[in-house]
Design a protein around this ligand. Structure first.
Ligand SMILES: C[S@@+](CC[C@H](N)C(=O)[O-])C[C@H]1O[C@@H](n2cnc3c(N)ncnc32)[C@H](O)[C@@H]1O
Length: 330
């Protein structure tokens, strides 16, 4: 069977975390550069876990340095969907939030008198959301079932379904327009089902730490999707990715190349006249050892952020030379 066909057997599912910059839309463009057979894969900088969840392999190790994301992914992975939904419904009721999944969107919209229709359910949920946010921020131990459920709801009811914490660790986005609807329940259900059927491990750590480097050395494939030096993302606001991080990443890629380890890196090389100079320079020094593949950036046209829609951007994946989709189909 052609490898591309094999990959397609694993139906692509969306992460319940709606992560900014997630790779759902370009899975078909990047996965043909993954090895044919993967035993242990590391989804480094995993974010919402989209890539690892949708890659066939014997085991995926999800790694991110944001503890609250790793705790939430891990917590959800161990849940029974019916029990979890019932617990979420109780919380939603307690905070007086809307639940389109149960009652439909119209039911709540018609209760918002004179409101701007473009605001969705924002006005209905505003009070409850800020109470929920205060309660979550007041919890000391964020790795508990309650804290994880509250964080999940903050993401579902929060602005643009994003995840953002202040420097002192407080979730700080305002209320959004959406609620627990069919689409969110579908993502949650599919995530729980998928993660129960794969061997998944969730690890919080910095990619430079010795512990994580050891895990990377043992894996047989590493997918890396770090924050991009020349773009801004909400998860990058309080703990910014700097040139120093980029050099550490380059060091890791040199190690992987020199040790013939299989990897794929996602990145943005150029955007609106800015260039990721450290990475760009590195690609010139190792041009014989790597393969740079341009990603069709039109997938971004569905992005929320309208100002980026026509932005000139060179998004790429980089993998060791010799890895080409053509080779894989032979
Ligand atoms: C571009 S996002 C990943 C998106 C993900 N691939 C997806 O599809 O949802 C980058 C991630 O890197 C994480 N990160 C940032 N610095 C890190 C570091 N030093 N070590 C490990 N993870 C880091 C951020 O928390 C963020 O979740």
């Amino acid at each position: 069977m052609l490898d591309i066909e094999r990959i397609k057997i694993l139906k692509h599912i969306k992460s319940p975390l709606n992560y900014t910059g997630n790779k759902f839309r370009i899975l078909d463009q990047i996965q043909p550069y993954f090895p044919k057979k993967i035993d242990v894969m590391v989804d480094l900088f995993c974010g919402g876990a989209t890539v690892g969840l949708n890659t066939e392999c014997n085991k995926v190790i999800f790694i991110d340095n944001e503890p609250r994301i790793i705790w939430l992914l891990k917590y959800l992975s161990g849940c029974n969907i019916d029990k979890l939904l019932n617990e979420l419904f109780v919380l939603i009721d307690n905070y007086g939030l809307s639940c389109s999944f149960k009652n439909g969107y119209k039911y709540y919209r018609q209760q918002i008198l004179g409101g701007n229709p473009n605001n969705g359910l924002k006005d209905y949920n505003s009070n409850g959301f800020y109470k929920l946010r205060d309660d979550y921020n007041a919890i000391l131990n964020k790795n508990t079932a309650t804290a994880n459920k509250l964080l999940y709801l903050l993401i579902v009811y929060g602005f643009n379904n994003d995840i953002r914490f202040s420097k002192d660790g407080k979730y700080n986005l305002p209320v959004g327009k959406t609620d627990l609807n069919n689409s969110n329940v579908k993502k949650l259900t599919e995530y729980i089902e998928r993660v129960k059927n794969i061997q998944a491990e969730f690890i919080c750590g910095d990619f430079c730490s010795q512990h994580i480097q050891q895990i990377i050395r043992k894996a047989d494939f590493v997918y890396m999707d770090p924050p991009y030096l020349i773009t801004d993302a909400v998860y990058n606001e309080s703990n910014k990715w700097r040139e120093q991080n980029e050099y550490e990443l380059i060091r890791l890629m040199n190690f992987l190349l020199d040790n013939k380890k299989s990897f794929v890196l996602s990145n943005v090389l150029e955007k609106q006249g800015r260039r990721n100079e450290p990475l760009f320079y590195w690609t010139t020094t190792r041009k014989n050892d790597i393969n740079i593949v341009d990603i069709d950036y039109h997938y971004r046209s569905a992005s929320y952020n309208k100002k980026n829609r026509n932005a000139k951007e060179r998004e790429v994946i980089i993998c060791p030379a010799g890895v080409r989709t053509n080779d894989r189909d032979k």
